[in-house]
Design a binder for this molecule. Structure first.
Ligand SMILES: O=C[C@H](O)COP(=O)(O)O
Length: 208
């Protein structure tokens, strides 16, 4: 099966910022700061109040690649895809998400930890395997073990990834990573500490 054209963009960026905030205004601020730093890809998680509205707003900018994260079911996937999401991320394997993603031409990233779960994600039709939770599953060594039995599969480790271990995950065989709390800490946004968030974002860009 040929690779989805957007996967090249994700590989080139190497980091998908996972925006997970309790407060919608904080999420919008975090995205604005990361945009100012130079980032153009955003995973907007469904744990943000009214997340599809933020997806719709961001998707109106053609320079951005916006996806929906922590998508719990097909109806939510459909809402996000109609709002402009071009990738859908689930921390688990849910075959119900395949049809709406295929219909919209979007990428489905399904969560998996073990080889059995990876196989299930691929059989269900995921184009990307989100290795989650990556750090507690064994970190880069775990990703390396998975890539040895699944050569050519697009792995996106997420959970505990930060600027200090990014290179180790990529060297282990990750195509790109998801980075949440270590990149955009809601506490820093709430404290209006733009400089601290920008500093972390710069580390990602320096490495890219
Ligand atoms: O779904 C992804 C996680 O929320 C991101 O995990 P993280 O905050 O440890 O990077």
């Amino acid at each position: 099966m040929s690779e989805h054209p957007l996967i090249g963009q994700l590989k080139a960026a190497r980091v998908v910022p996972v925006v997970r905030m309790k407060n919608a205004a904080h999420a919008a601020t975090a995205v604005r700061w990361l945009y100012d730093a130079g980032l153009r890809i955003f995973e907007i998680t469904m744990t943000i109040p009214d997340a599809p509205a933020l997806i719709r707003e961001l998707s109106s900018d053609p320079a951005l690649l916006v996806g929906a994260g922590t998508v719990p079911d097909a109806a939510t996937a459909d809402t996000c895809l109609r709002a402009g999401a071009r990738f859908v991320v689930s921390p688990w394997v849910d075959p119900d998400l395949v049809a709406p993603c295929r219909a919209a031409g979007a990428i489905l990233m399904s969560g998996a930890t073990t080889p059995t779960e990876v196989r299930a994600a691929l059989k269900a039709g995921a184009q990307v395997v989100k290795v989650f939770p990556a750090a507690s599953a064994g970190g880069p060594a775990h990703v390396k073990a998975l890539t040895s039995v699944f050569p050519g599969i697009v792995f996106c480790p997420t959970g505990g990834v930060d600027p200090s271990n990014l290179d180790a995950y990529l060297s282990a065989g990750a195509s790109f990573v998801g980075m949440g709390g270590k990149l955009v800490d809601e506490g820093l946004v709430a404290a209006n500490d733009r400089a601290a968030v920008m500093a972390v974002a710069q580390q990602i860009l320096v490495k890219a």
